[in-house]
Design a protein. Sequence first.
Length: 551
Amino acid sequence: MTRSTRFAITTFACVIIASTAGGAKTALADDPDIHGDHTAVAGEELLGTVDFGVSCAEPTQPAFDRALGFLHHMMYEQARSGFEGIVETDPECAMAHWGIATTLFQPLWPTRPTSDDLMRGWTEIQDAKTMEPATERERHLVAATEAFFRDPETAEWWTRIERWAEAMETAYGAEPEDPDTAALYALSRLALASVAGDRGPLQDEAETVLRGIYDQMPAHPGAVHYTIHANDAAGRADRSLDIVKSYGEIAPEVAHALHMPSHIFVRLGEWPTVIDWNRRSADAALQHPAGDAVSHHFLHATDYLLYAFLQRGEDDRASAVLEEAASKPNHQASFISAFHSAAMPARYAVERRQWAEAAALEPRSPDYLPWDKALWAEGLSWLARGLGGFHTGDLDRAREAEARLAALRDQARSGGEQGFATYIEIDRLILAGWIARAQNEPEQAVELIRAAAELEGTVEKHPVTPGALLPAYEALGDLLLDLDRPGEALEAYRASSEVWPGRFNTLLGAARAAAAAGDGAAASDYYAQLLQMAGSSDRAAVSEAQQYLEG
């Protein structure tokens, strides 16, 4: 059977049931659209539909499909373990070496491979080439991963991503009907889009390619997962919701699959849905440790969970999530763990406007995480600390934080990470604006925070975060309201809501600004939205909204 025939006849696609104990089973799907109820066998988990047809020993093929399924789910440690197991049992399987190498870089994540990862990836892909994969399709995929790992001691991250993306274009051109090649090609377009000046065409192309896979194989994990990433962007979140909602059904126990739909729902301000997905994801992540550490998928889910609780004003539940995360003794040492370890306590203080708590935050905690490779993550602690310093009258603390943000920005730039440098600079400008306000320089303050808002408009929300610690337009609204310029403040809050809908503090600020500007109808509307979203909260702002609407 040809690959194109195998792709088209999805009635007979294999649904992989992956055992956490190391075994693998296959079962025929009775219906190509497997979005019905699934009951995973105890100790096993559904991964979705993967049918690569690898040119290795026939008994190896289910294990390869299992590992590739984990790769598409971005469960990289589990994927790598699967491919390593194949190397042990089927040493002549060239594509198992390709799989190991391909798990060693994560195109959309903030994680960067270590020097050891780069050397290992290069070695594994050379082993794959030496074994001469049997099909042109496999040789193209090997060549693409080789392009990433070439020059393991010298090339920069974005050079590697560009080389891999170019080689994936060649692979896709040769095998456009192969679902796994097409999915990885779409992923490469999204990696390029993350730093492109005009992201839309790349995102559109990726979405189109992935929709083609989905229409033929609706449970293909790459088609579903990467579609969510394609539309995790301003103005795109309401697209392909049918695909988004299917993800947890095709992989009901995979932590990252349970988390990913919330990338879309957080952009829509649908907090109960965000809470539901991420509670399930966090629980699933605890079942899949990274060695002897808690997987960073746990913190990734709990940060999104905390963010949603805070937007609903459910501070006790947010506190419980923060305590749950802090209670784990050993988190996976990665950028992702560092980011969320910094973000969660900073969010808890800043969203509640508890400035003394914010001022007391200690950056780079816990100290065993890789902070030297997580500059943006460290910057979150300094932003919160600096805002806390400003609001508690400790300008020295605020200035220290602003200086540290500038240093982190410069360090990110010198390391070739312009994206991270931009995120840090946005936060520095916000803090610098409030420092200018404290120094009785109101126009300078407005200019600085407006510059932050304009800069924020040049970048997308990074997938690692549910949202900015303090959105720049929300900060601008706060400043303008403080300067008794409510009409301008209302415009700023409205601009913030277009990007970050359903935020508690944006709605509250907009209501206050509208009331101060004499726009009672708008004030009533914003207060009503606040009550609808967070009416059960015991924050003082909820009583304020009730009193305004009753008066």
